[in-house]
Every structure is written in C-alpha cells, then in structure tokens.
Design a protein around this ligand. Structure first.
Ligand code: S3P
Length: 231
C-alpha cells in the first residue's frame, strides 16, 4: 500500500518544499546522441539574427524520450534565456529522485507536487521549461501554461521514444513487464491531449541539433506571425 503523507508533518514539509524557489540544471541527457557540445546555428537563425526577447516561457511537452531536456537546454542557449527542468525542480524540492518519490508516496502525490512546481516556475521570468511527460495531462497545468507560457510539443514515433527510454532507467511508469507496450498505451491516451499545444514539432531519430534548430525557427516564426504577442 502506498503510504499517505496527508495529515502529517510531512504533508506540510512537502507543500513548502514544492514551493521552494531554488533552481538547478538537470543532468538528464535522455541518451540522445549529440554531435557537438553546442548547437550548430545556421546563418539564417541565431548567428545573423539578434536573440528574440521572449515575454513567455517556452514550455516543452511530450512523452518520455521525446528529448525535452536535451533540446530544451540547447534551445535556451540559442534564445539567450535560462533552462529549467521541472523534474529536477521536483527532485530538488522533494529531496529525492522521482523514482523514490513514486515508490514512497505514489503517483497521485507526485502529480500534485508537479502541478505546484510548474505553476511556481511559470511565475518566473521567461525561460525554456522542460516538463515531465505527464505534466500536460493536468487541466490545471494546461490552464497555467496557456496563461503564462508558449507550449511546444516535441512529437516522436514510438520506435524513437522507446530506443531512447531504453537507455536510461529511473522512469517508474515504465517499470513494467513490457515497457514498450506500456509506452504505447500511454501514447494513445496522451497524444490527443498534447495536440492542444500551441506548437508541434516532430522529433526524429539521430543527433538533436536539427530538432533544436527547427524548434528555434518554429518559435521565431510563431513570434513573427503573432506580431509580437509572444515577445
Ligand atoms: C513521467 C515522465 C517523467 C517523470 C515521471 C513521470 C510521465 O519525465 O516526470 O517519471 O508521466 O510521463 P520525462 O518525460 O522527462 O521522462
């Protein structure tokens, strides 16, 4: 049975801890191959153009293995803003890994903390924010993202996702007898919801530089098309 932390001192601790303002960078690279330590920038993008001034946080959403952290870190560099990883923030606030948190307190408690952390992060100055795969499934989180952020769905095929998640453990939802079919089931439920994101970008197999470049260009185009609404 999953222990409940409600009605205990722990409940107060977690509520406070999840609202902590500490920021830290994630070390998760999701096993995605990287050709060079820094993103390659084409002549038509960040090299020749000044960095856009974001007035909204770019919120990366997508399934486990989509590349949110790896792409997000490089995208933030190109946009000249901070990169923040919601899962790392949760781990920092809870003082344990996500896998440990799931084991000790269960998914429901994790989701509550995740909502609080993301709502708090979206009050900060604009940045690139990578969210865990389940975060966008919360109606409250979708509402707060649509109010304060620009959502970008990194969409990927099952084969690509599975190849990537298979390289790293620590994802409690995939600790099943058949993680590939679990991932497929999750995908079926989540993809229709992810489709509500402001922007969608296909994340392909291979080095991430191309995806980073396309993400950057997609954001720049969106800003231009919306006539400054996101800057
Ligand atoms: C989850 C995804 C994970 C993490 C947690 C739950 C999910 O993040 O938040 O294990 O529900 O899809 P990544 O998408 O960064 O792996």
């Amino acid at each position: 049975m999953v222990p409940s932390i409600h009605g205990t001192i722990m409940a107060e601790y977690f509520a406070l801890a999840f609202d902590s303002t500490a920021l830290r960078m994630s070390c998760d690279v999701e096993g995605i191959p990287i050709q060079s330590p820094r993103p390659t920038m084409s002549k038509t993008s960040a090299v020749s153009n000044p960095k856009p001034r974001l007035s909204k946080t770019v919120v990366l959403i997508g399934l486990m293995g989509a590349g949110k952290t790896s792409v997000g870190r490089r995208l933030a560099e190109m946009l000249g803003v901070e990169f923040v990883d919601a899962d790392s923030e949760i781990e920092e606030a809870a003082g344990c890994t996500i896998a440990d948190f799931f084991e000790r307190f269960g998914e429901e408690e994790f989701r509550r903390g995740e909502e609080r952390v993301i709502a708090r992060l979206l009050k900060n100055p604009p940045c690139v924010l990578a969210t865990g795969g389940g975060a966008y499934m919360s109606g409250d989180t979708r509402a707060v993202i649509s109010g304060h952020g620009l959502s970008l769905w990194l969409k990927a095929d099952l084969d690509v996702l599975y190849e990537r998640v298979a390289r790293r453990s620590g994802r409690p939802l995939l600790e099943t007898d058949d993680p590939r079919s679990t991932l497929e089931d999750i995908m079926k439920v989540r993809y229709p919801v992810y489709a509500g994101a402001d922007l969608t970008l296909q994340s392909y197999r291979g080095p991430i530089e191309k995806t980073v470049e396309q993400a950057y260009q997609t954001i720049i185009d969106y800003i231009a098309e919306t006539d400054g609404a996101a800057q």
